[in-house]
Ligand binder design. Sequence first.
Ligand SMILES: Cc1cc2nc3c(=O)[nH]c(=O)nc-3n(C[C@H](O)[C@H](O)[C@H](O)COP(=O)(O)OP(=O)(O)OC[C@H]3O[C@@H](n4cnc5c(N)ncnc54)[C@H](O)[C@@H]3O)c2cc1C
Length: 390
Amino acid sequence: MVFKIFSMMGKRILILGAGFGGLTAANVLRKSLSQDHKIIVIDRKRSFMMGLVKLWILEGSRKLEESQTPLDGLNARGIEYLNDEVIKIDTASSRVQASGHGWIEYDYLIVSLGAELAPEKIAGFTGNGYNLYNAQEVPKLRERLLSLKSGSVAISIMGMPYKCPPAPYEAAMIISSLLTRQGTRNSIELDLYAPAPIALPVAGPKISSNVVEIISEQGIRFHPSHKIKSVSDRQLEFENGAMQGYDVLVGIPPHKVPEVVRSSGLTGGGDWVAVDRHTMKTSVKNVFAIGDVTEIKVGAIAVPKAGIFAEEEAKVAARQIMDEIAGKPATAAFSGQGYCFMEVGNRRAGSVEADFYNPAGPSIKLEPPSEQNYEKKQDFERTRVKEWLL
Ligand SMILES: Cc1cc2nc3c(=O)[nH]c(=O)nc-3n(C[C@H](O)[C@H](O)[C@H](O)COP(=O)(O)OP(=O)(O)OC[C@H]3O[C@@H](n4cnc5c(N)ncnc54)[C@H](O)[C@@H]3O)c2cc1C
């Protein structure tokens, strides 16, 4: 049974971004708050596609055009969706400016604008390489890989932090199995370059060496401490002085906080928005930030930029707001726990379970690949899209 929270004075809750975090927060709030509270979501996009679908497009099990779910499905749920660009966040006056809708006031604000890609930070990348994190480029990358008969494919992680730390490794294994199916794998070299000294700094040295073992078994060479400096036609230059040739370059470009968030002052001069690690509150009253736009430090590392964490943080921010409206003490707190499925190619996936707030230090477990985990990953996407938009 769902209890609706009624109030004589309806509140206006404004959610910036209809990605993983924004869609979760909007739906949780709408299920619990009565209609006299207004929930507005703004996004420049007209449709939603989960980040992980890019890997299925690369693999060939999905098409880009079949994977977009229109965001106006939110309106039928009593959530007002505005297809617009957020151009200013003015927390001093509790209002946000959108280019087509002008100033919109709020009682509560949830900032879930994600991380922006900054391919322009790597000289020569655009035009010479494929951006793995740009949905429009992945079908072109797939076509290029299918047409390659021999040579080398380089995958470069171009900056830290980036969304979904295992994704470049998953992409490498998906590419390996794709080339194997094409019959060209034996004549194509596959190299993965990472800026960090280990594969997954966020998961620690043990899981990192397990991941390197898994990719090595597929003949993928791993090059740690290779931070890209610049790209030219068929040549990569690294900050450590190394030069490497390539025929196809797959890049994970550096990430940055959206400019509209930086100029709002919410980053406080840092790279990302700092929030209370339990409540998702920013330093400004009634303003919450969730997902990739935030940085939650746990010792030397930070909670990874991943949808599963954006989702959990969204639930916490939504419940904090609901409790406050109901005049109850806040109960919800972010647990720092999450999981993901790491694809290894050929429709198999391992599973990773993480507890970043474990009192003895972050604990991460990696389970061996199976077909069941791949099925679970598909279900992960299907159930969420249905719950949020259909
Ligand atoms: C290849 C790949 C694989 C991944 N695999 C997984 C996985 O297996 N598991 C997992 O948990 N996570 C995965 N992720 C990561 C996951 O997609 C992100 O961490 C997640 O989407 C973050 O959610 P968010 O709500 O913070 O931001 P987003 O989902 O990025 O949403 C931000 C929204 O804000 C909008 N926006 C930004 N600026 C403006 C503006 N100025 N005006 C209007 N709208 C704006 C954007 O259009 C976007 O819709 C993967 C990502 C990639 C790229």
